[in-house]
Design a protein around this ligand. Structure first.
Ligand code: FES
Length: 106
């Protein structure tokens, strides 16, 4: 049986949305946000080319090394922080159990 993992997304009005998703769901955090009608434009469709899926990781996760594309894109966002990530580059799996992210300002 699939294990459920908890993921929380805080929107730009400070509302927290809690989700429980199967660990083998095979989608990115960006896709989870879009499926739940959160205001994530994702205009590049998840190619790490638009940064409209920029999030800040608020939980204490080791987010590992970024891919080169993600790093290059985040380099260009004005509100970059140490905990910035692109939601389209985060594949949901059990490593992210308890993840809390905040949507970056547009
Ligand atoms: S959807 Fe465009 S960078 Fe993530």
């Amino acid at each position: 049986m699939d294990e459920l993992i908890k993921i929380s997304v805080i929107d730009r009005h400070d509302h927290q949305h809690d989700y429980e998703v199967p660990d083998d769901i095979g989608i990115s955090l960006m896709e989870l946000c879009k499926a739940n009608d959160l205001p994530v434009l994702a205009t590049c469709g998840g190619m790490a080319l638009c940064a409209t899926c920029h999030v800040f990781i608020e939980s204490d996760h080791d987010f590992g090394a970024m891919g080169e594309d993600e790093e290059l894109m985040l380099d260009q966002v004005p509100n970059f922080r140490k905990n910035s990530r692109l939601a389209c580059q985060i594949q949901i799996n059990s490593d992210w159990e308890g993840l809390v992210v905040r949507l970056a300002e547009e």
